[in-house]
Design a binder for this molecule. Structure first.
Ligand SMILES: Cc1ncc(COP(=O)(O)O)c(C=O)c1O
Length: 447
């Protein structure tokens, strides 16, 4: 008989603390010491669907949508589909009252096939192709966000009726994010800089096109922003620009889309953007800027992706080997890696990891969880504490993988992409099946 069987109360003291800041809302530890999400043991998912698998807590994701609507009752919340888009996810977010932002013909097709009302879709992209603009036009999307001079001309010449558009502006704000996702600064590929009159020029061009109905301005400052003050600065600059447009052209724009980029934590001590603080900062900035410029309050749109889907997701892996390098690190090698999570290699992202299939009372050891791919940089979590008795066959769970994991996944090393398994009320269902080697071979032209 084990000590735990004699003193079951010891279990709660010994199970790892699963911080609600990073794990889905429905996460618990069951009597066997297994991590469960929405009443489903992650170990059972690993057995049933294989590993790696992305697990998605439906009620967590829906709950984040509801929180946004409560905290920003007057704003339009458009979920950024680039974070994670499947038909089910498109349905969940729209059922919760959100609009949808898409940035390709593929995302648009997923949204439409889920039955999303096209009028609630916003179409983005810095290099939308003529075919993508045609798809957006034909579908009748609510707004297209214009991103280049070419696009203005192309869209205008192909329209047969008026189309609501926004102009994407880069306000020159450095939100101190990773350089790869700093989209508010002037010198990058998105939008028209406020600086040097480029945004003014875009406005003039759009207003010269009778079929383009300019309703507002858009900006997106970057990703993983944790300081609400940057959004307040954006409001001041953007309302200032809207006031200038009124002065120059006599046009009052009614919409201000502040993009997404709301930071979440991947590890318990990471900073995150507090939504109430953000709401207060935007309100105050709107009050001040609209009073200063005597400009009517525009309707605000926010486009969160990560903050809606990120924490609803957990990836489960199986341990394949444990390797102790004499004089070096201990590597816990799993059956996934940079193909299902490129964020570590791309941005130096850091994650928490937990043993998911059993309780362990072994002392913790500092290890590196490494992936299976042929790159030495294929590491999922460096210097994390896991029980020292980890062995092949154990199941590990990495939280915070709902956003920009499936959508950024690749088939590197001809490893098929993992399935997405939704969990709710003690049940699981596959939203996206695993990509098989047959799927990969099917793409090949015959020899
Ligand atoms: C225009 C736009 N809106 C919204 C988002 C969503 O950002 P996040 O998922 O960080 O909230 C992005 C992300 O790149 C974006 O480019």
């Amino acid at each position: 008989m084990t000590l735990l069987e004699i003193f079951p109360s010891l279990r709660s003291a010994m199970t790892p603390r699963l911080d609600p800041a990073v794990w889905p809302d429905g996460t618990h530890v069951d009597d066997h010491g297994r991590i469960t999400v929405a009443g489903v043991a992650l170990a059972d998912i690993a057995d049933q669907y294989g590993t790696p698998s992305y697990v998605l807590d439906e009620m967590d994701l829906r709950g984040r949508c509801r929180t946004y609507r409560e905290v920003f009752p007057e704003a339009e919340i458009a979920y950024a589909g680039k974070a994670l888009l499947t038909r089910a996810v498109a349905s969940w977010v729209t059922e919760e009252g959100l609009a949808l932002d898409v940035c390709s013909a593929g995302e648009l097709a997923i949204a439409l096939s889920a039955g999303v009302d096209p009028r609630r879709i916003i179409m983005h992209g810095n290099a939308k192709t003529p075919a993508e603009l045609a798809a957006a036009r034909t579908a009748g999307v609510g707004r297209i966000v214009l991103d280049s001079v070419t696009e203005i001309a192309l869209l205008a010449s192909s329209l047969t009726r008026r189309q609501n558009v926004l102009i994407r502006v880069t306000p020159g704000i450095d939100a101190h994010t990773h350089p790869a996702v700093a989209t508010g600064v002037t010198d990058q590929k998105f939008g028209f800089p406020l600086a040097h009159g480029q945004a003014d020029d875009a406005v003039r061009r759009v207003l010269g096109q009778p079929r383009l109905n300019l309703v507002g301005l858009h900006c997106h400052l970057g990703s993983q922003i944790t300081d609400a003050a940057h959004f307040a600065t954006a409001v001041h600059l953007m309302v200032g620009q809207m006031a200038q447009i009124r002065l120059d052209h006599g046009l009052i724009l009614t919409e201000l889309d502040l993009g997404g980029g709301h930071g979440i934590c991947y590890r318990p001590d990471d900073p995150q953007l507090d939504l109430s603080t953000l709401a207060g900062a935007i309100e105050n900035a709107l009050d001040e800027a609209c009073a200063r410029y005597r400009f009517p309050r525009p309707r605000i749109t926010l486009e969160p992706g990560r903050a809606v889907a990120g924490r609803a997701g957990v990836t489960v892996y199986r341990v394949v080997s444990v390797k102790h390098i004499t004089g070096g690190r201990t590597f816990v090698c799993v059956d996934g890696g940079m193909s299902d999570n490129p964020r570590v290699a791309l941005y130096g992202a850091r994650y928490s990891v937990a043993l998911a299939n059993r309780h362990s009372s072994a002392a913790p050891a500092v290890v590196t969880v490494a992936g299976r791919h042929c790159e030495s940089g294929d590491e999922l979590a460096v210097d994390v504490e896991l029980p020292s008795d980890l062995h092949p066959g154990d199941v590990l769970a990495v939280p915070g993988t709902g956003a920009y994991h499936h959508s950024l996944a690749s088939t590197y090393n001809a490893v098929g992409r993992p399935p997405i398994v939704a969990v709710r009320d003690g049940r699981s269902r596959e939203l996206i099946r695993r990509e098989t080697v047959e799927d990969l071979l099917r793409r090949e032209a015959s020899r």
